[in-house]
Design a protein around this ligand. Structure first.
Ligand SMILES: Cc1cc2nc3c(=O)[nH]c(=O)nc-3n(C[C@H](O)[C@H](O)[C@H](O)COP(=O)(O)OP(=O)(O)OC[C@H]3O[C@@H](n4cnc5c(N)ncnc54)[C@H](O)[C@@H]3O)c2cc1C
Length: 503
């Protein structure tokens, strides 16, 4: 051993699971380092449908443990981060002779309402589609619909806020740092990393290693640990399209397709509709995943079965694609593979290793608690579970306090437009006022980059949230990429490069 500090834990992967484990562990007093080879949430954790949901569909696959845990988490997570998580009502249109009989949907929704954890979210309702405004954008096929509750989350922001909180609690957080090798030496882990920007190498020591590399988990087992064989995860691609707003109102739609799958159409970033997702096995490197023409046709076709105005490929303003790292349970169809997570500890040669397989955004906090139980057994206990009653940065306000937050931000900074204030509160919660600080006139926000992006926010993102490039800001820390023109994005990139050079 060198004289260097030995961390209790070293985490590979800055997606929701790695950052969630790092935050929980740091809060309990473990010393911890985390390496992410790109930007936080640049893997699967920014490519989700972004629901904090029980997973109504998983009931058909008898995943009661997962559904119950997920349902219980909805209100816990909402209270932890009411800026980036909020309730969403889903409208499930029904017509006779449809894919599933009404009794089955009723039974599913009854279980959904009663399996546990629902205190504030309203229960299922039945809608009369002859009069309900939810029928307006749809074909006139439906006389009835079911309406139920789940939640929405800004996935990429949930990841970075976990990383931020872990760092505030003492964790060493290293974005753009790839783990290239990890070996057991004298009862410890010796881990080599490469800085993706400078190419500099470094080595670290830890008592325990956590492999939370998501869809790369088997790559890490093979490439980093040098094992020949590893087939633990089934990679399943899912893609989404974003089109100009297809409907008014705040409710989302749940559409059933003839192939037994379902897709969602969700109000997105105020002016848009998010439609997804697909489910197909994926064989390549997860970083190369891209929506295919076939998926575009599938999503447009499926949504056009319901909307009276069809969704056409030329309506798409943005799309994204990601790979689910599902634990390989040998299911025949991609859509049937379990969505539950599996944690496996390997202590064969001394220093313990925890591999994380699967997991959802919704279950990340519970996954981290379960991981901490394994960590406690392997290297000894530190603090008790604490995250259930915690707040993510900026989330220290009431679950019903969003409107008041916007109002008080506008009172304090009257030169900010309502829409801008709303976005800031949605991104940063109570930290919106910290970002704006002593700004007294619009000019104090600094340079305007397009959309509602100003220099003052970019500086915060670079200083506090590890943003480095325009892409980090436009597509992960915010979704302002939907509102900026290409030349505006290029000017933002130049500006950020200037700050990097000066640093
Ligand atoms: C289409 C789709 C829709 C989904 N919808 C939902 C939903 O609505 N609700 C929900 O709850 N869940 C949803 N999920 C599931 C959820 O998004 C994922 O389960 C979750 O994001 C996985 O997080 P992760 O941390 O395990 O993986 P990732 O986010 O991929 O993180 C792993 C990280 O490890 C890093 N890494 C890999 N190798 C190395 C290395 N050698 N060194 C350093 N870093 C490395 C990668 O760069 C990556 O950032 C969806 C998933 C998909 C694909």
């Amino acid at each position: 051993m060198s004289g260097k500090a030995v961390f209790d834990l070293f985490v590979i992967g800055g997606g929701i699971n790695g950052c969630g484990i790092a935050r929980d562990a740091a809060g309990r007093g473990y010393s911890i380092a985390l390496a992410e080879m790109n930007d936080f949430a640049s893997g699967t954790s920014s490519g989700a449908t972004k629901l904090i949901h029980g997973g109504l569909r998983y009931l058909e696959h008898y995943e009661f443990r997962l559904v119950r845990e997920s349902l219980m988490e909805r209100e816990t997570l909402w209270a932890m981060a009411p800026h980036i998580i909020w309730p969403l009502r889903f409208v499930l249109p029904y017509h006779k002779g449809g894919i599933r009989p009404a009794w089955m949907i009723r039974l599913g929704l009854f279980l959904y309402d009663h399996l546990g954890g629902r205190k504030l979210l309203p229960p299922t309702a039945v809608l009369d589609m002859r009069s309900d405004p939810a029928a307006k954008p749809l074909k006139s096929l439906f006389t009835k619909a079911f309406e139920y509750s789940d939640g929405w989350v800004d996935d990429a922001r949930m990841v970075v806020l976990n990383a931020r909180d872990a760092a505030d609690k003492g964790a060493l957080i290293m974005p753009r740092t790839k783990v290239v090798s990890a070996k057991r030496e004298n009862g410890f882990w010796s881990i080599d990393t490469v800085d993706a920007i400078s190419g500099q190498t470094a080595s670290h020591q830890a008592r325990m290693l956590v492999n939370a590399a998501g869809p790369w988990v088997d790559h890490v087992i093979r490439g980093v640990f040098g094992r020949n064989e590893a087939h633990n995860v089934r990679l399943v691609q899912g893609s989404h399209i974003v089109v100009k707003k297809k409907f008014d109102g705040e409710r989302a739609y749940f559409f059933q397709n003839p192939d037994n799958r379902i897709i969602f159409a969700i109000p997105y970033e105020r002016d848009f509709t998010l439609i997804g997702t697909t489910d197909r096995d994926y064989k390549g490197d997860p970083k190369d995943v891209k929506i295919s023409d076939e998926e575009v046709r599938y999503l447009c076709g499926a949504a056009s079965e319901y909307f009276s105005e069809p969704v056409r490929p030329e309506d798409i303003v943005w799309s994204y694609s990601a790979v689910r790292p599902l634990y390989d349970d040998g299911a025949s169809k991609a859509q049937e593979a379990t969505r539950d997570y599996v944690l496996k500890v390997d202590e064969a040669e001394g220093a313990p290793l925890l591999n994380v397989f699967g997991g959802k955004l919704t279950t990340y906090r519970r996954l981290a608690e379960h991981a901490l139980e394994k960590i406690r057994e392997a290297i000894g206990a530190k603090g008790a579970p604490w995250t259930a009653k915690s707040r993510l940065p900026g989330g220290d306000f009431s679950v019903v306090g969003y409107k008041d937050q916007v109002k008080s931000l506008r009172q304090r900074y009257p030169f900010i437009e309502t829409r801008h204030a709303e976005r800031l509160v949605r991104c940063y919660g109570t930290n919106a006022a910290v970002i704006l600080g002593n700004a007294a006139v619009a000019g104090d926000l600094g340079r305007h980059f397009g959309g509602s992006l100003y220099e003052i926010e970019i500086r915060w993102l670079m200083e506090k949230e590890w943003a480095r490039t325009a892409e980090d800001v436009l597509w992960r820390r915010t979704k302002q990429g939907l509102f900026l023109m290409a030349d505006e994005a290029a000017r933002l990139e130049d500006y950020m490069a200037g700050i990097r050079r000066a640093a």
